[in-house]
Write a protein that binds this ligand. Structure first.
Ligand code: SF4
Length: 272
C-alpha cells in the first residue's frame, strides 16, 4: 500500500528512521499522542496512524487532548475530527490556565510552568488510558531551536531527547518527528485536511519569547545558507566529545592515564 503523496512518503520515511534509530515504538505498545490540535500534534497522529497500518510491529494509538481551560478553545473540533477518522481521543479538561494566571505576574513567561503542568497531566492520563509510550509532536526545528536556546541562554550543549524515561522510570516520552522539518509538518497537516486549533493562550505567538527569536534566527540563516538547519540536526547526531571542554567527558584522571600509557613504551626502550 503506497503513500498518498511525495510529502507523506518523506514524512513517513523520516519518522520511521527516528523510530528505529531511537527505539521509540516497540511491538505491543499503546502509544498515547499528546494532541493539542496544533499542526505538529496532528501531523504526528496522522503519520503514526499511517505507519501503524503498514508496520511489521503491532501497536495501538490513543490521542489525549489537555484542555488548559482558556476561553474559546475548540476542543470539540478536535474531538469531532478524531471521531470522523475513527481515532480514539480523550479530552481532559483542566484549569492550567487559571493556575498560571494565579502563580505568575503579568511580565513573567509562563511557558516553562505551563509545560510542567501539562506534562504532569499527560503522565496521569498515560496511566488512565494504559499507555506504554507518550508521543509528542516536537519536530526537527524544535530540536534545533532548543539547542540554540540552551547554548545561548543556559550554558549547556543539549537539545532534547528523542526518547526520555521519566525520573521515576514509569513513563517513556518519545518524539517520532525528530527528523521531520517544521515546514513538512505544517504542509502535511494541511494536505490531510486536519483542523488546526489555536491554544487560546494569551502569550501564544508572542515574538518576544526567546524561542521565537531562535526560530527567526534559524529562518534567516537558512535563507542565507540553504541546508543550514539540516546541518544543525546532523550535528546532534555527530557529537565529538573530545572536542568539547566538559571534564566529565574527558576526566583529568583518564587523560593522565592515557598520557602515561603513551609514554610507557618509550621508557621501556630507553631502559634496554
Ligand atoms: S505559549 Fe501558552 S500554551 Fe504554549 S507553552 Fe507557553 S503558556 Fe503554554
Amino acid at each position: 500500500m503506497g503513500y498518498r503523496s511525495e510529502l507523506e512518503t518523506r514524512v513517513a520515511k523520516e519518522t520511521t528512521r527516528a523510530i528505529t534509530d531511537h527505539l521509540l515504538i516497540e511491538d505491543g505498545d499503546r502509544v498515547m499522542v499528546g494532541l493539542s490540535g496544533g499542526k505538529d500534534s496532528w501531523a504526528l497522529l496522522q503519520i503514526l496512524d499511517e505507519l501503524r497500518a503498514r508496520a511489521p510491529i503491532d501497536f495501538s494509538l490513543v490521542a489525549v487532548n489537555v484542555d488548559s481551560g482558556y476561553k474559546g478553545y475548540k476542543h470539540d473540533v478536535i474531538a469531532a475530527a478524531c471521531a470522523a477518522r475513527g481515532w480514539e481521543c480523550v479530552i481532559e479538561h483542566t484549569t492550567i490556565g487559571e493556575v498560571i494566571d494565579d502563580k505568575l505576574d503579568a511580565t513573567a513567561t509562563p511557558c516553562s510552568l505551563c509545560a510542567r503542568l501539562r506534562r504532569g497531566v499527560l503522565y496521569r492520563m498515560a496511566d488512565a488510558v494504559g499507555a506504554t509510550k507518550i508521543a509528542l509532536g516536537h519536530h526537527a526545528d524544535d530540536f534545533a531551536e532548543t539547542l540554540l536556546l540552551n547554548l545561548f541562554f543556559a550554558g549547556a550543549l543539549k537539545a532534547m531527547p528523542a526518547r526520555l524515561v521519566s525520573d521515576d522510570g514509569r513513563h517513556v516520552v518519545v518524539r517520532p518527528l525528530a527528523y521531520v522539518a517544521e515546514s513538512d509538518v505544517a504542509a502535511y497537516t494541511a494536505e490531510r485536511g486536519l483542523p488546526v486549533v489555536g491554544c487560546c493562550c494569551p502569550v501564544c505567538g508572542d515574538l518576544g519569547l526567546q524561542r521565537q527569536r531562535m526560530k527567526k534566527l534559524l529562518f534567516d540563516l537558512e535563507r542565507e545558507h540553504p541546508g543550514l538547519k539540516r546541518s544543525v540536526l546532523k550535528a546532534l547526531g555527530n557529537v565529538q566529545p573530545r572536542h568539547l571542554l566538559d571534564r566529565r567527558l574527558n576526566p583529568p584522571a583518564a587523560l593522565r592515564a592515557r598520557v602515561a600509557a603513551a609514554a610507557a613504551p618509550a621508557d621501556a626502550v630507553a631502559g634496554c
